[in-house]
Design a protein around this ligand. Structure first.
Ligand code: JD8
Length: 391
């Protein structure tokens, strides 16, 4: 893989000569060239920056040195741009660099990395470059650096270690955090000798020699850590957690969507799930045991529970997003809210529409029985109860 890095601080990239990347350069797996942008200036002061059009603080990098630099690095643009180099321009406003992009870039034969400074590079440079090569504006994270060099170090390390032959045991790559081979999970905890250190031991399973059990333990730890620290990495995972006031707006929206069919079924839209306002939803969140279910950040389900009478537990607003009903989330929410009831609870109680055959069938499958029929407002409802096991 050929890497061309363009910067006004070439020494900033010297650490690349160390460790794994350094070895890859020595063995020729990586052909690294670091260029000083000032080499493409022609004035005595080797000027690379100027004041911003439209005013404002700081300086902007001039287009001319970048234009000449790119022309010299890509003298003859390929007809098919995918056959040519790929230009990475670092900027806080770029596409977020992650393992998926690292995997993608590791397949490239030639990368050019543009490290800006000051307030950034004149925007016409990227526009011009797009006519000659594939260009990716990249950010390594939501924090502000003073230039692109640190980003170049990060990207080069993350990409070069994926180049075949660079890492001694390629298998280890597939077990890492974020790696596709590890389902993008975070890493499980690792241990080495001594078996006891400052009173701290090592999980027994790791001494068992039972590879399947060890693999299962490691996967479980990886999932646990990912759920805890990075639920966003588990897009298909449904995370159920206590609701907070911050959920109120989405919850109100979901409630109206989920109960619309009840309104149509009962030919009335005048009942609390549809007439509640934001304050009413906030009161449920703060005044009851209220759970919300999210998948990839989207609020897709909810339920609440609160004490009811002497020995009861009232379950309400069990809801699942219309497009996800029938997938088992309702059952999971019901089970979790039942488990959240005080230990001395004797009966779980809930209400649903008198004409909601589907809901009633669902609750009957979970042990609920109709104990009363009422009309609330203009809507006929049934009260259903389930006696706690062993009561
Ligand atoms: C390139 C100039 C500094 C940025 C005014 C501070 C990446 N994740 C990241 N954060 N910051 C950068 C980055 C910052 C850069 C340049 C990348 C070129 N600066 C500018 C805008 C605000 N100064 C980055 N990747």
């Amino acid at each position: 893989m050929r890497l061309d890095v363009v910067t006004i601080f070439p020494d900033y990239l010297s650490p690349l000569r160390l460790s794994l990347v350094g070895k890859a350069i020595e063995t020729g797996l990586v052909d690294l060239h670091v260029h000083d942008l000032r080499g493409w200036t022609h004035d005595r002061h080797r000027t690379v920056d100027d004041t911003p059009y439209g005013g404002g603080a700081g300086m902007v990098m001039k287009p001319e040195p970048w234009g000449e630099c790119l022309d010299s690095l890509v003298p003859a643009p390929a007809d098919d741009l995918t056959a040519g180099p790929r230009l990475l321009v670092f900027t806080p406003s770029g596409r977020r660099f992650d393992q998926a992009l690292a995997d993608e870039l590791a397949a490239e034969r030639h990368l050019i990395l543009a490290c800006g400074r000051y307030e950034g590079i004149d925007a016409r440079v990227v526009a011009y470059a797009r006519s000659r090569m594939r260009v990716e504006e990249v950010s390594i994270g939501d924090y502000v650096l003073n230039g692109g060099e640190a980003a170049a170090l990060v990207v080069i390390e993350a990409v070069v270690r994926l180049v075949p032959g660079v890492v001694g045991n390629p298998e280890s790559l597939s077990e890492e955090s974020h790696s596709a081979g590890h389902d993008r999970l975070l890493e499980y905890p690792s241990f080495t000798k001594p078996p006891s250190w400052r009173g701290l031991g090592v999980p027994e399973v790791l001494f068992s020699g039972h590879h399947a059990q060890i693999a299962a333990w490691r996967r479980a730890r990886a999932l646990e850590l990912t759920r805890e620290r990075r639920p966003d990495l588990l897009p298909d995972e449904v995370v159920i957690s206590p609701a907070t006031r911050a959920d109120a707006g989405e919850l109100l929206t979901l409630q109206r969507a989920a109960y619309l069919s009840e309104g149509r079924l009962h030919d009335s839209y005048d009942f609390p799930p549809l007439t509640d306002d934001l304050t009413a939803v906030e009161e449920i969140i703060t005044g009851t045991t209220c759970l919300v279910a999210r998948r990839a950040g989207r609020l897709i389900g909810s339920v609440f529970g609160q004490p009811y009478g002497e020995d009861g537990w009232f379950i309400g607003r069990l809801m699942v997003a219309p497009d996800l009903q029938g997938g088992g989330l309702g059952r999971r929410l019901l089970e979790l809210i039942e488990e959240a009831a005080p230990a001395d609870t004797v009966r779980s109680v809930l209400v649903t529409g008198a004409y909601s055959d589907r809901n009633q069938a669902f609750y009957r499958r979970h042990g609920y029985r109709v104990t009363a029929e009422e009309t609330r407002g203009s809507v006929p409802i049934v009260v259903m109860e389930r006696l706690r096991a062993g009561t």
